[in-house]
Ligand binder design. Structure first.
Ligand code: HEM
Ligand SMILES: [Cu+2]
Length: 549
């Protein structure tokens, strides 16, 4: 690492750019449909005018969920994380052709799934619970996207092997280690979804089997559905740990602690899915409680992350003359939009995390279950902690990819702050509406049962949502102008942060994969096998598919 000559990574940069392009298109569709949902809270129902493009609120909502949390996140991650890894290894991907083939496969999958989705033949939300039944192409396409992510894992593993051959005694560079753990965790976690698709949804939607077991399908879905949130979050954490401290002018507080937290995510992200199924019948309370405890356990590595990242930011702020217990915080380089966006994302995430603990509490969950509270929660987490961090990352990475400086730093700063303002209003309103009993996934603009206590809050959903929409448009405008007309000189890629306590301080066993994989498998088996066996024996496929839209 130390005396390495930079190698030519232009092919990797182009690949990252290709993934980003698709991610941006998805986010664009996502925020346009989001705006429509927000506006329906002040009674503005534009859906009748949007036919045949968007047939109904629920058609728009399915587009919104799928494009935002399945496509924007996944394509961004598959572009960003391998790029971080090759930069950290300072070597190209093990196979560039495999990298491009992966992109091709995922794009193909997206198109195959996207056609029925756009045609209102897959209005089943991003969770696609049976017995609502979508066109088979929707399931097949999404499966291809998942298979594509496995190929990213493969390429990363091969790259690690090549690197290891020449660096027998060194610790894996931290950013590369984190990249690998993220994709390995996801690959294990996605097996539930793959099983649901291959053995249940695809044969059923093709008519090969006429009936389905909704409870088993939900259980397999949530096997993947919770860890997927860590698949979204860990790439943001990679940036927070390995890049942001440097952007703040400081160093990473502890490299070994960062490794430990990622290993804990590998162990604990998956055996928690029942916390989405507290109200489902057929799963014993005791096992739900086991998943509750695992959920609280997986909060711990996020706390480690919070501590480590804040301590790192503090080294930067103090190096810039910051003082005091908290006053140093204002000495961060707030004029840098990439840093500002990500630090703001972290702040908002603190609230998302607290809400998450409430959702995860077995008893408290009953208060908020399927209410707008949940919608408020995940717009803070995936909608801000992840999305705003990714936006911050693009503010340095897109200029590197297109070879021109960012068109306007000031516009970018405005954008990040607007997102925070809009999201604060929006998520406050949604959390409160949820506590007042407003259901989620409901065309509220058409409801005849609007409660008096909702009335003062509903306009806030529209106002906050509109501010977020404007922020997103400024984001796209800036990227578009950066690509098309910016005359600013191309920036050098930013460097990784050094660590106060470096990789040599990390025990060797942290750099071994097998023991951790074994332990993770044990946790998953313990948490899931008894219930899966129970469901297979005691419940049956006895529901036909139907279409409610
Ligand atoms: C302009 C920005 C956005 C606005 C105005 C907006 C608005 C909304 C609203 C009002 C709902 C609730 C719909 C309901 O339950 O009836 C919703 C749902 C949702 N939003 Fe957003 N959103 C925005 C951006 C995002 C982003 C960036 C993400 C994630 C990256 C996201 C992810 C989701 C998800 C996963 C759902 C749930 C969909 C479902 O229940 O199937 N949203 N959004
Ligand atoms: Cu969860």
């Amino acid at each position: 690492m130390t005396h390495a000559v930079p190698i030519d990574l232009s092919s990797e940069r182009r690949l990252t750019g290709a993934f980003f392009l698709i991610a941006f298109i998805a986010l664009f569709v996502g925020v346009v449909t989001g705006l429509l949902q927000g506006l329906s809270h002040v009674g503005l129902n534009v859906y009748p005018w949007l036919r045949p493009l968007v047939q109904s609120y629920y058609h728009g909502l399915s587009l919104h969920g799928v494009m935002n949390v399945l496509v924007w996140t996944t394509f961004f991650i598959c572009g960003f994380v391998p790029y971080v890894a090759v930069r950290a290894y300072n070597r190209p991907l093990a196979s560039r052709p495999l990298g491009w083939a992966t992109f091709g496969l995922m794009l193909l999958g997206l198109i195959v799934a996207g056609v029925p989705l756009l045609q209102n033949n897959a209005t089943v939300m991003f969770t696609f619970y049976p017995p609502m039944q979508a066109h088979w192409a929707f399931y097949v396409g999404l499966t291809l996207v998942v298979v594509g992510t496995w190929l990213v894992t493969l390429n990363l593993l091969l790259t690690q092997r090549n690197w290891r051959r020449q660096h027998r005694s060194e610790r894996t560079p931290l950013p590369a280690f984190m990249s690998l753990i993220t994709f390995i965790m996801w690959t294990i976690a996605s097996l539930g979804l793959a099983a649901e698709m291959l053995f249940m949804l695809i044969p059923w939607s093709l008519g090969w089997s006429s009936e389905i077991n909704p409870l088993l399908a939900r259980t397999l879905f949530w096997f993947t559905g919770h860890p997927i949130v860590y698949f979204w979050l860990l790439p943001a954490y990679i940036s927070w740990y390995t890049l942001v401290p440097r952007q703040a002018g400081g160093r990473l507080f502890s490299d070994p602690m960062a490794r430990a937290s990622f290993l804990l995510f590998l162990l604990l992200s998956t055996p928690v899915g029942f916390h989405h199924q507290y109200t489902d019948p057929g799963i014993a309370q005791g096992w739900k409680l086991v998943h509750t405890f695992f959920t609280f356990a997986v909060f711990f590595p996020s706390l480690l992350t919070f501590f480590n990242v804040v301590a790192s930011l503090e080294t930067g702020a103090r190096a810039r003359g910051g003082q005091g217990l908290v006053a140093w915080f204002f000495k961060l380089p707030w004029g840098d939009p990439s840093l500002a966006a990500q630090v703001l994302a972290m702040l908002m995430f603190a609230f998302g995390g607290i809400g998450g603990l409430i959702n995860a509490s077995h008893s408290m969950n009953l208060l908020v279950h399927n209410s707008m509270y949940i919608v408020g929660h995940f717009h803070l987490t995936v909608g801000t902690a992840v999305t705003l961090s990714f936006m911050g990352i693009t503010y340095w990475l897109v200029p590197v990819i297109v070879g021109r400086g960012l068109w306007s730093r000031r516009l970018a700063l405005t954008q990040a702050w607007l997102w925070v303002v809009g999201m604060t209003v929006f998520s406050y309103a949604l959390h409160s509406l949820g506590l007042e009993g407003m259901p989620r996934r409901t065309w509220i603009g058409m409801a005849t049962y609007i409660q008096p206590e909702w009335r003062s809050l509903m306009p806030l959903v529209s106002i906050g949502g509109t501010i977020m929409f404007v922020s997103a448009m400024l984001y796209f405008l800036n990227l578009l102008l950066t690509w098309a007309v910016s005359r600013e000189p191309a920036p050098a890629p930013i460097e990784f942060a050094e660590a106060v306590s470096g990789p040599e301080a990390a025990p060797v066993f942290l750099d071994r994969l097998r023991p951790w994989l074994l332990l993770s498998a044990i946790f998953i088996l313990v948490a899931y096998v008894p219930t899966l066996i129970h469901l297979l024996m005691e419940s049956s496929a006895n529901v036909s598919g139907f279409r409610v839209w």
